[in-house]
Design a protein around this ligand. Structure first.
Ligand code: UD1
Length: 416
Protein backbone atom coordinates (compact mmCIF):
# COMPACT_ATOMS: atom_id res chain seq x y z
CA UNK A 1 0.00 0.00 0.00
CA UNK A 2 2.80 2.44 -0.72
CA UNK A 3 1.50 3.51 -4.11
CA UNK A 4 -1.20 5.51 -5.87
CA UNK A 5 -3.21 4.19 -8.83
CA UNK A 6 -4.43 6.80 -11.31
CA UNK A 7 -7.01 6.26 -14.05
CA UNK A 8 -5.96 8.96 -16.51
CA UNK A 9 -7.98 11.09 -18.86
CA UNK A 10 -10.73 12.54 -16.63
CA UNK A 11 -11.52 16.24 -16.71
CA UNK A 12 -11.57 17.72 -13.21
CA UNK A 13 -14.53 19.32 -11.50
CA UNK A 14 -14.85 20.02 -7.79
CA UNK A 15 -13.50 21.79 -4.77
CA UNK A 16 -10.95 21.02 -2.08
CA UNK A 17 -9.72 22.84 1.00
CA UNK A 18 -6.01 23.58 1.05
CA UNK A 19 -4.22 22.20 4.14
CA UNK A 20 -1.98 24.19 6.49
CA UNK A 21 1.55 24.88 5.29
CA UNK A 22 4.26 22.28 5.95
CA UNK A 23 7.12 24.74 5.61
CA UNK A 24 5.46 27.18 8.02
CA UNK A 25 4.49 24.51 10.57
CA UNK A 26 7.93 22.94 11.00
CA UNK A 27 9.87 26.03 12.18
CA UNK A 28 6.90 27.17 14.28
CA UNK A 29 6.82 23.79 16.04
CA UNK A 30 10.59 24.12 16.62
CA UNK A 31 10.00 27.66 17.96
CA UNK A 32 7.70 26.39 20.73
CA UNK A 33 10.92 25.24 22.45
CA UNK A 34 11.69 28.91 23.10
CA UNK A 35 8.53 29.29 25.18
CA UNK A 36 8.09 27.87 28.65
CA UNK A 37 4.49 26.68 28.85
CA UNK A 38 1.84 25.34 26.49
CA UNK A 39 1.36 26.67 22.95
CA UNK A 40 -1.52 25.73 20.67
CA UNK A 41 -0.77 25.46 16.99
CA UNK A 42 -3.90 25.37 14.84
CA UNK A 43 -4.22 24.16 11.23
CA UNK A 44 -1.04 22.11 11.35
CA UNK A 45 -1.18 19.65 8.46
CA UNK A 46 -1.48 15.94 9.25
CA UNK A 47 1.63 14.87 7.32
CA UNK A 48 4.58 12.66 8.15
CA UNK A 49 7.10 15.54 8.41
CA UNK A 50 4.97 17.12 11.15
CA UNK A 51 4.64 13.72 12.83
CA UNK A 52 8.44 13.33 12.88
CA UNK A 53 8.92 16.87 14.21
CA UNK A 54 6.46 16.11 17.03
CA UNK A 55 8.30 12.85 17.84
CA UNK A 56 11.53 14.84 18.01
CA UNK A 57 9.99 17.39 20.36
CA UNK A 58 8.69 14.54 22.55
CA UNK A 59 12.12 12.95 22.67
CA UNK A 60 13.45 16.27 24.02
CA UNK A 61 10.86 16.21 26.84
CA UNK A 62 7.89 18.12 25.37
CA UNK A 63 4.36 16.86 26.01
CA UNK A 64 2.47 16.80 22.74
CA UNK A 65 -1.26 16.31 22.31
CA UNK A 66 -3.06 16.45 18.97
CA UNK A 67 -6.85 16.90 18.71
CA UNK A 68 -8.17 17.35 15.16
CA UNK A 69 -6.10 20.18 13.68
CA UNK A 70 -4.95 21.62 17.02
CA UNK A 71 -1.60 20.60 18.47
CA UNK A 72 -0.83 21.47 22.09
CA UNK A 73 2.85 21.49 23.02
CA UNK A 74 3.87 21.78 26.64
CA UNK A 75 7.61 22.51 26.86
CA UNK A 76 7.88 22.84 30.67
CA UNK A 77 9.79 19.56 31.05
CA UNK A 78 12.32 19.89 28.26
CA UNK A 79 15.51 18.35 29.60
CA UNK A 80 17.28 16.67 26.69
CA UNK A 81 19.71 18.27 24.31
CA UNK A 82 20.64 15.13 22.33
CA UNK A 83 18.59 14.62 19.21
CA UNK A 84 17.85 10.97 18.43
CA UNK A 85 19.82 9.91 15.35
CA UNK A 86 16.92 8.06 13.67
CA UNK A 87 14.70 11.18 13.73
CA UNK A 88 17.47 13.41 12.41
CA UNK A 89 18.00 10.88 9.64
CA UNK A 90 14.37 10.84 8.46
CA UNK A 91 13.86 14.55 8.55
CA UNK A 92 16.31 17.12 7.30
CA UNK A 93 14.23 19.86 8.91
CA UNK A 94 15.52 18.66 12.29
CA UNK A 95 18.32 21.18 11.65
CA UNK A 96 15.72 23.83 12.56
CA UNK A 97 15.81 22.64 16.13
CA UNK A 98 19.46 23.64 16.38
CA UNK A 99 18.89 27.39 16.91
CA UNK A 100 15.90 26.85 19.21
CA UNK A 101 17.55 24.18 21.33
CA UNK A 102 20.72 26.24 21.70
CA UNK A 103 18.61 29.12 22.98
CA UNK A 104 16.74 26.83 25.38
CA UNK A 105 19.45 24.46 26.62
CA UNK A 106 22.73 26.08 25.62
CA UNK A 107 23.88 22.79 24.14
CA UNK A 108 22.93 20.45 21.29
CA UNK A 109 24.38 17.18 20.06
CA UNK A 110 23.14 15.79 16.76
CA UNK A 111 24.10 13.85 13.68
CA UNK A 112 24.48 15.77 10.43
CA UNK A 113 21.12 15.72 8.68
CA UNK A 114 21.74 13.48 5.67
CA UNK A 115 22.09 14.82 2.14
CA UNK A 116 18.69 14.97 0.52
CA UNK A 117 17.80 13.45 -2.81
CA UNK A 118 17.27 16.87 -4.41
CA UNK A 119 20.83 18.01 -3.73
CA UNK A 120 23.75 18.01 -1.30
CA UNK A 121 22.04 20.39 1.11
CA UNK A 122 25.02 21.09 3.39
CA UNK A 123 24.64 22.91 6.73
CA UNK A 124 27.89 24.91 6.54
CA UNK A 125 26.13 28.25 6.47
CA UNK A 126 23.98 27.37 9.51
CA UNK A 127 27.07 26.48 11.54
CA UNK A 128 29.18 29.42 10.37
CA UNK A 129 26.45 31.96 11.19
CA UNK A 130 25.74 30.46 14.62
CA UNK A 131 29.45 30.67 15.49
CA UNK A 132 29.12 34.43 15.06
CA UNK A 133 26.54 34.42 17.87
CA UNK A 134 28.90 32.84 20.37
CA UNK A 135 28.26 29.18 19.57
CA UNK A 136 31.19 26.83 19.86
CA UNK A 137 30.89 23.88 17.48
CA UNK A 138 32.87 20.65 17.70
CA UNK A 139 32.53 18.80 14.42
CA UNK A 140 33.04 15.03 14.38
CA UNK A 141 32.86 12.82 11.29
CA UNK A 142 29.20 11.84 11.81
CA UNK A 143 27.88 14.15 14.48
CA UNK A 144 28.56 17.54 15.92
CA UNK A 145 28.13 19.21 19.26
CA UNK A 146 27.21 22.89 19.61
CA UNK A 147 27.47 24.86 22.83
CA UNK A 148 26.82 28.44 23.88
CA UNK A 149 26.87 29.67 27.49
CA UNK A 150 25.14 32.82 26.28
CA UNK A 151 23.92 33.55 22.75
CA UNK A 152 24.62 37.11 21.67
CA UNK A 153 23.32 39.12 18.75
CA UNK A 154 25.42 39.53 15.60
CA UNK A 155 25.34 41.14 12.18
CA UNK A 156 25.03 38.40 9.55
CA UNK A 157 25.96 39.35 5.99
CA UNK A 158 25.15 36.06 4.30
CA UNK A 159 26.69 34.94 0.98
CA UNK A 160 23.27 33.88 -0.42
CA UNK A 161 19.64 33.60 0.63
CA UNK A 162 18.71 30.49 2.57
CA UNK A 163 15.29 29.77 4.04
CA UNK A 164 16.59 27.33 6.65
CA UNK A 165 19.50 29.53 7.75
CA UNK A 166 17.22 32.58 8.10
CA UNK A 167 14.86 30.49 10.27
CA UNK A 168 17.63 29.06 12.44
CA UNK A 169 19.10 32.51 13.05
CA UNK A 170 15.71 33.97 13.95
CA UNK A 171 15.23 31.16 16.46
CA UNK A 172 18.70 31.69 17.94
CA UNK A 173 18.35 35.49 18.03
CA UNK A 174 14.94 36.07 19.54
CA UNK A 175 16.12 35.32 23.11
CA UNK A 176 19.80 36.27 22.57
CA UNK A 177 21.47 39.24 24.22
CA UNK A 178 21.38 42.34 22.01
CA UNK A 179 20.54 42.91 18.37
CA UNK A 180 20.84 40.54 15.42
CA UNK A 181 20.73 41.62 11.79
CA UNK A 182 20.16 39.06 9.01
CA UNK A 183 20.93 40.19 5.47
CA UNK A 184 19.99 39.04 2.91
CA UNK A 185 17.16 37.29 4.76
CA UNK A 186 14.79 34.92 2.97
CA UNK A 187 11.42 36.61 2.32
CA UNK A 188 9.32 33.45 1.98
CA UNK A 189 5.80 33.67 3.49
CA UNK A 190 6.84 30.86 5.86
CA UNK A 191 9.48 33.17 7.38
CA UNK A 192 6.80 35.80 7.82
CA UNK A 193 4.59 33.24 9.58
CA UNK A 194 7.44 32.29 11.94
CA UNK A 195 8.04 35.98 12.73
CA UNK A 196 4.32 36.56 13.36
CA UNK A 197 4.26 33.61 15.73
CA UNK A 198 7.28 34.87 17.67
CA UNK A 199 6.04 38.47 17.75
CA UNK A 200 2.67 37.31 19.09
CA UNK A 201 4.64 35.53 21.85
CA UNK A 202 6.50 38.75 22.74
CA UNK A 203 9.50 38.65 20.37
CA UNK A 204 10.86 41.85 18.80
CA UNK A 205 11.39 41.36 15.08
CA UNK A 206 11.41 44.04 12.40
CA UNK A 207 11.50 43.65 8.65
CA UNK A 208 9.61 40.35 8.21
CA UNK A 209 8.95 39.95 4.50
CA UNK A 210 11.95 42.11 3.53
CA UNK A 211 15.53 41.02 2.92
CA UNK A 212 16.74 42.66 6.14
CA UNK A 213 15.58 41.33 9.48
CA UNK A 214 16.44 43.07 12.73
CA UNK A 215 15.82 41.12 15.91
CA UNK A 216 16.15 42.63 19.36
CA UNK A 217 16.61 39.85 21.90
CA UNK A 218 14.02 39.68 24.71
CA UNK A 219 14.25 37.93 28.08
CA UNK A 220 11.16 35.76 27.77
CA UNK A 221 8.38 34.67 25.41
CA UNK A 222 4.85 33.78 26.47
CA UNK A 223 2.65 30.83 25.37
CA UNK A 224 0.29 31.62 22.49
CA UNK A 225 -2.32 30.07 20.19
CA UNK A 226 -1.39 30.49 16.53
CA UNK A 227 -3.00 29.53 13.22
CA UNK A 228 -0.73 28.19 10.48
CA UNK A 229 -1.48 29.70 7.05
CA UNK A 230 -2.54 27.57 4.07
CA UNK A 231 0.10 25.81 1.97
CA UNK A 232 0.96 27.69 -1.22
CA UNK A 233 2.88 24.70 -2.62
CA UNK A 234 -0.03 22.29 -2.13
CA UNK A 235 -2.36 24.85 -3.72
CA UNK A 236 0.10 25.17 -6.62
CA UNK A 237 0.22 21.39 -7.02
CA UNK A 238 -3.58 21.12 -7.36
CA UNK A 239 -3.50 24.07 -9.76
CA UNK A 240 -1.14 22.04 -11.98
CA UNK A 241 -3.51 19.05 -11.72
CA UNK A 242 -6.19 21.16 -13.42
CA UNK A 243 -3.65 22.60 -15.88
CA UNK A 244 -2.85 19.02 -16.97
CA UNK A 245 -6.29 17.41 -16.88
CA UNK A 246 -8.48 20.43 -17.69
CA UNK A 247 -11.81 21.27 -16.05
CA UNK A 248 -12.93 23.71 -13.39
CA UNK A 249 -11.83 23.50 -9.76
CA UNK A 250 -11.94 25.69 -6.69
CA UNK A 251 -9.00 25.61 -4.28
CA UNK A 252 -10.52 26.85 -1.05
CA UNK A 253 -8.18 28.91 1.16
CA UNK A 254 -5.40 28.91 -1.47
CA UNK A 255 -3.15 31.80 -0.37
CA UNK A 256 -3.36 33.65 -3.71
CA UNK A 257 -1.41 36.69 -2.51
CA UNK A 258 1.61 34.40 -1.93
CA UNK A 259 1.28 32.80 -5.36
CA UNK A 260 1.82 35.71 -7.74
CA UNK A 261 4.68 34.20 -9.76
CA UNK A 262 2.86 30.87 -10.03
CA UNK A 263 -0.44 32.47 -11.04
CA UNK A 264 1.34 34.60 -13.67
CA UNK A 265 3.00 31.51 -15.11
CA UNK A 266 -0.27 29.52 -15.23
CA UNK A 267 -2.11 32.42 -16.92
CA UNK A 268 0.71 32.72 -19.43
CA UNK A 269 0.08 29.04 -20.28
CA UNK A 270 -3.55 29.76 -21.13
CA UNK A 271 -5.42 28.79 -17.95
CA UNK A 272 -8.16 31.08 -16.60
CA UNK A 273 -7.70 31.93 -12.94
CA UNK A 274 -9.81 33.90 -10.54
CA UNK A 275 -7.90 34.59 -7.31
CA UNK A 276 -9.88 35.85 -4.31
CA UNK A 277 -9.47 36.02 -0.54
CA UNK A 278 -11.56 32.81 -0.35
CA UNK A 279 -9.33 30.82 -2.67
CA UNK A 280 -8.40 30.19 -6.28
CA UNK A 281 -10.80 29.28 -9.09
CA UNK A 282 -9.06 27.48 -11.96
CA UNK A 283 -10.61 26.89 -15.38
CA UNK A 284 -9.31 25.17 -18.48
CA UNK A 285 -6.11 23.37 -19.29
CA UNK A 286 -2.65 24.60 -20.26
CA UNK A 287 -2.83 25.25 -23.99
CA UNK A 288 0.05 27.64 -24.65
CA UNK A 289 3.80 27.31 -24.34
CA UNK A 290 5.21 29.47 -21.57
CA UNK A 291 6.45 32.63 -23.27
CA UNK A 292 9.77 32.59 -21.40
CA UNK A 293 11.97 30.14 -19.50
CA UNK A 294 10.59 28.99 -16.19
CA UNK A 295 13.36 30.02 -13.77
CA UNK A 296 13.16 28.98 -10.12
CA UNK A 297 14.25 31.57 -7.57
CA UNK A 298 13.89 32.61 -3.96
CA UNK A 299 10.57 34.26 -3.02
CA UNK A 300 8.89 36.16 -4.61
CA UNK A 301 10.35 34.30 -7.60
CA UNK A 302 8.97 31.03 -8.94
CA UNK A 303 9.23 28.39 -6.15
CA UNK A 304 11.60 25.49 -6.77
CA UNK A 305 9.04 23.24 -5.04
CA UNK A 306 6.63 23.71 -7.97
CA UNK A 307 9.21 23.21 -10.69
CA UNK A 308 8.46 19.47 -11.11
CA UNK A 309 4.66 19.92 -11.21
CA UNK A 310 5.11 22.58 -13.92
CA UNK A 311 7.46 20.27 -15.83
CA UNK A 312 4.61 17.73 -15.78
CA UNK A 313 2.28 20.39 -17.22
CA UNK A 314 4.76 21.26 -19.99
CA UNK A 315 5.06 17.58 -20.94
CA UNK A 316 1.36 16.69 -20.68
CA UNK A 317 0.01 19.75 -22.45
CA UNK A 318 2.14 18.84 -25.47
CA UNK A 319 3.41 22.44 -25.51
CA UNK A 320 6.87 21.79 -24.09
CA UNK A 321 8.98 24.48 -22.46
CA UNK A 322 12.33 25.40 -20.92
CA UNK A 323 13.20 25.22 -17.23
CA UNK A 324 16.16 26.61 -15.33
CA UNK A 325 16.58 25.33 -11.75
CA UNK A 326 18.69 27.76 -9.72
CA UNK A 327 18.07 26.63 -6.13
CA UNK A 328 18.86 22.90 -5.89
CA UNK A 329 21.37 21.07 -8.06
CA UNK A 330 19.49 17.76 -8.35
CA UNK A 331 15.86 18.64 -8.82
CA UNK A 332 15.22 16.92 -12.15
CA UNK A 333 14.70 13.47 -10.70
CA UNK A 334 11.28 13.04 -12.31
CA UNK A 335 12.75 13.32 -15.80
CA UNK A 336 13.48 9.58 -16.30
CA UNK A 337 9.99 8.76 -15.00
CA UNK A 338 8.28 11.22 -17.37
CA UNK A 339 10.44 9.81 -20.16
CA UNK A 340 9.12 6.31 -19.27
CA UNK A 341 5.64 7.75 -19.90
CA UNK A 342 6.69 8.98 -23.35
CA UNK A 343 7.98 12.51 -22.69
CA UNK A 344 11.01 13.85 -24.52
CA UNK A 345 13.02 15.88 -22.00
CA UNK A 346 16.68 16.82 -22.30
CA UNK A 347 18.67 17.92 -19.29
CA UNK A 348 21.90 19.88 -19.50
CA UNK A 349 23.33 21.05 -16.20
CA UNK A 350 20.63 22.98 -14.38
CA UNK A 351 18.44 23.40 -17.49
CA UNK A 352 15.77 21.10 -18.85
CA UNK A 353 14.16 21.32 -22.26
CA UNK A 354 10.72 19.69 -22.45
CA UNK A 355 10.04 18.96 -26.13
CA UNK A 356 6.61 19.75 -27.56
CA UNK A 357 4.25 17.37 -29.32
CA UNK A 358 4.56 14.20 -27.25
CA UNK A 359 1.69 11.98 -26.05
CA UNK A 360 2.12 10.43 -22.66
CA UNK A 361 0.83 6.99 -21.60
CA UNK A 362 0.49 5.80 -18.05
CA UNK A 363 2.76 3.10 -16.68
CA UNK A 364 4.46 2.31 -13.36
CA UNK A 365 6.67 5.20 -12.24
CA UNK A 366 8.62 5.81 -9.07
CA UNK A 367 8.40 8.82 -6.74
CA UNK A 368 11.95 9.69 -5.70
CA UNK A 369 11.20 12.73 -3.55
CA UNK A 370 8.24 14.73 -2.24
CA UNK A 371 7.37 17.30 -4.92
CA UNK A 372 8.54 15.15 -7.82
CA UNK A 373 6.27 12.36 -6.56
CA UNK A 374 3.25 14.67 -6.46
CA UNK A 375 4.16 15.88 -9.96
CA UNK A 376 4.06 12.30 -11.27
CA UNK A 377 0.50 11.90 -9.97
CA UNK A 378 -0.41 15.21 -11.63
CA UNK A 379 1.08 13.96 -14.90
CA UNK A 380 -0.75 10.64 -14.70
CA UNK A 381 -4.13 12.41 -14.37
CA UNK A 382 -3.87 13.53 -17.99
CA UNK A 383 -1.95 10.60 -19.52
CA UNK A 384 -3.67 7.73 -21.32
CA UNK A 385 -4.55 4.52 -19.45
CA UNK A 386 -3.95 3.51 -15.87
CA UNK A 387 -0.80 4.48 -14.01
CA UNK A 388 0.86 3.63 -10.71
CA UNK A 389 3.13 5.95 -8.74
CA UNK A 390 5.18 3.98 -6.21
CA UNK A 391 6.91 5.24 -3.02
CA UNK A 392 3.89 7.15 -1.81
CA UNK A 393 5.64 7.71 1.54
CA UNK A 394 7.66 10.53 -0.05
CA UNK A 395 4.43 12.28 -1.02
CA UNK A 396 2.91 11.72 2.45
CA UNK A 397 5.73 13.88 3.84
CA UNK A 398 3.96 16.97 2.58
CA UNK A 399 0.40 16.16 1.39
CA UNK A 400 -2.26 15.26 3.98
CA UNK A 401 -4.13 12.85 1.74
CA UNK A 402 -3.42 13.49 -1.90
CA UNK A 403 -5.83 10.84 -3.20
CA UNK A 404 -8.72 12.27 -1.16
CA UNK A 405 -8.02 15.82 -2.30
CA UNK A 406 -7.73 14.81 -5.94
CA UNK A 407 -10.94 12.75 -5.72
CA UNK A 408 -12.67 15.86 -4.35
CA UNK A 409 -11.46 17.57 -7.51
CA UNK A 410 -13.02 14.84 -9.65
CA UNK A 411 -9.94 12.73 -10.37
CA UNK A 412 -10.11 8.94 -10.46
CA UNK A 413 -7.31 7.96 -8.09
CA UNK A 414 -6.94 5.44 -5.26
CA UNK A 415 -4.36 4.00 -2.89
CA UNK A 416 -2.67 0.91 -4.32
C1 UD1 B 1 13.46 25.22 2.32
C2 UD1 B 1 12.15 24.46 2.13
C3 UD1 B 1 12.14 23.73 0.80
C4 UD1 B 1 12.39 24.73 -0.32
C5 UD1 B 1 13.67 25.52 -0.04
C6 UD1 B 1 13.90 26.62 -1.07
C7 UD1 B 1 11.46 23.84 4.37
C8 UD1 B 1 11.25 22.75 5.36
N1 UD1 B 1 12.03 23.49 3.22
O1 UD1 B 1 14.53 24.29 2.33
O2 UD1 B 1 10.84 23.14 0.63
O3 UD1 B 1 12.54 24.01 -1.53
O4 UD1 B 1 13.60 26.15 1.25
O5 UD1 B 1 12.80 27.46 -1.14
O6 UD1 B 1 11.07 24.98 4.59
N2 UD1 B 1 22.66 25.71 1.39
C9 UD1 B 1 24.03 25.61 1.59
N3 UD1 B 1 24.49 25.63 2.90
C10 UD1 B 1 23.65 25.74 3.97
C11 UD1 B 1 22.25 25.84 3.74
C12 UD1 B 1 21.78 25.83 2.43
O7 UD1 B 1 24.81 25.50 0.65
O8 UD1 B 1 24.14 25.74 5.12
C13 UD1 B 1 22.14 25.70 -0.03
C14 UD1 B 1 21.22 24.52 -0.33
O9 UD1 B 1 21.96 23.37 -0.64
C15 UD1 B 1 20.41 25.06 -1.50
C16 UD1 B 1 20.29 26.56 -1.19
O10 UD1 B 1 21.28 26.82 -0.20
O11 UD1 B 1 21.10 24.87 -2.69
C17 UD1 B 1 18.96 27.00 -0.65
O12 UD1 B 1 18.54 26.15 0.37
P1 UD1 B 1 17.62 26.65 1.59
O13 UD1 B 1 16.94 27.92 1.21
O14 UD1 B 1 18.45 26.63 2.83
O15 UD1 B 1 16.52 25.50 1.62
P2 UD1 B 1 15.97 24.73 2.87
O16 UD1 B 1 15.81 25.66 4.02
O17 UD1 B 1 16.76 23.47 3.07
Amino acid sequence: MDAVRIYGGNCLSGQTKIQGSKNASLPILAATLLIDGTCEIVNCPDISDVYHMLRLLESLGCRVCRKADVIRIDTCRVAECDMPADSVGVMRSSIMLLGALLARMGEVAMEYPGGCVIGKRPIDLHLCALRRMGVEIMEGPEEFCARACRLHGAVHELPFVSVGVTENLILAAVLAEGETVIHPAAREPEIQALCEFLVSAGGKINGAGTDRLVIEGVKKLCPVRFRVPADRIVAGTYLTACMCAGGRVFLEDAPCCQMESVIACAENMGVHLRPSPEGLLVEGRACRRLGENLVTAVYPGFPTDLQSPFMAVMALSGQGGQIEETVFENRFRIVPELVKMGADIRVKGNCACVCAGTRLCNTIVEAKELRGGAALIVAALAAEGTGIVTNRHYIDRGYEDITRSLRELGADVELA
